[in-house]
Ligand binder design. Structure first.
Ligand SMILES: [Zn+2]
Length: 241
């Protein structure tokens, strides 16, 4: 028995204009290459950053999204470096979930290690995914309730990955996927000119990949246990050494 492929969009949240590309851009490239649409939601314009003006950073993110084959929108919450976990923000993000109606949602890890906005946005997206399915939330009545299938977290660094969750590894080894990912990261020239962010992310994916017997892999951390209809749908175990 084979089931039809899931063609619902993947919805990806980032706190700053470059987070999505650096954290899980390879996964997005892989999905859009395989025919799934991807929509990126960036929750600030990077206005608190040391490098790059907001207009430049927005333009870089728009170009990067295009290189990944994704659409993009910006939403103003509290602004860069001022994000707080508030119900009103979760409701705003839940409205986006209802409008886009994704299967998979990706969000930054809620582990508070990196930029504080990252972990707070991870918490807000987790709350938003829940509120999106509650029919009685009056602020959300413009859209039908929506139940996502999976929420998975991505890390910007190894240190921000949830240490107590076994990740799902997405094999992004296809050369075209890696090329799209690198181009999207390099589109953030205001950031890559300051630090070796591209090298860092490629090295992370290379280590994950080699450890699992492929060239490159991105680790995603499920917010909940994943449910499979049978053993047949399971991927293989990663152990390669
Ligand atoms: Zn960031």
């Amino acid at each position: 028995m084979s089931s039809a492929p899931d063609r619902r969009p993947v919805l990806v949240f980032g706190a700053h204009p470059d987070d999505i590309e650096f954290g899980c851009g390879g996964v997005i490239a892989q999905e859009t290459r395989l025919g799934r649409s991807a929509h990126l939601v960036v929750c600030s314009r990077g206005e608190a950053a040391t490098h790059g003006q907001p207009e430049q950073r927005v333009a870089e993110a728009e170009r990067a999204a295009g290189l990944l084959g994704a659409s993009i929108e910006f939403v103003e919450l509290d602004g860069d470096s001022h994000l707080e976990v508030k119900t009103v923000h979760a409701i705003t993000l839940a409205g986006i979930v209802r409008r886009v109606r994704p299967g998979v949602v990706l969000a930054p890890s809620p582990v508070p290690n990196q930029h504080p906005d990252h972990a707070r946005l991870g918490q807000l997206v987790r709350d938003a995914a829940r509120l999106a399915r509650y029919g009685g939330v009056h602020e959300l009545r413009a859209w039908l309730p929506h139940r996502i299938e999976q929420l998975l977290f991505y890390g910007l660094t190894n240190e921000s990955e949830p240490g107590d969750v076994t990740p799902v590894l997405i094999d992004i080894s296809t050369p075209e996927t890696v090329q799209m990912w690198v181009a999207a990261m390099e589109a953030h020239a205001s950031q890559t000119s300051a630090k070796k962010y591209v090298d860092l992310q490629l090295a992370r994916a290379r280590l994950r990949g080699l450890s699992a017997g492929v060239e490159y892999a991105t680790a995603l951390f499920p917010a909940d246990p994943l449910v499979y209809p049978s053993l047949a749908g399971l991927g293989r175990g990663a152990r390669g050494f």
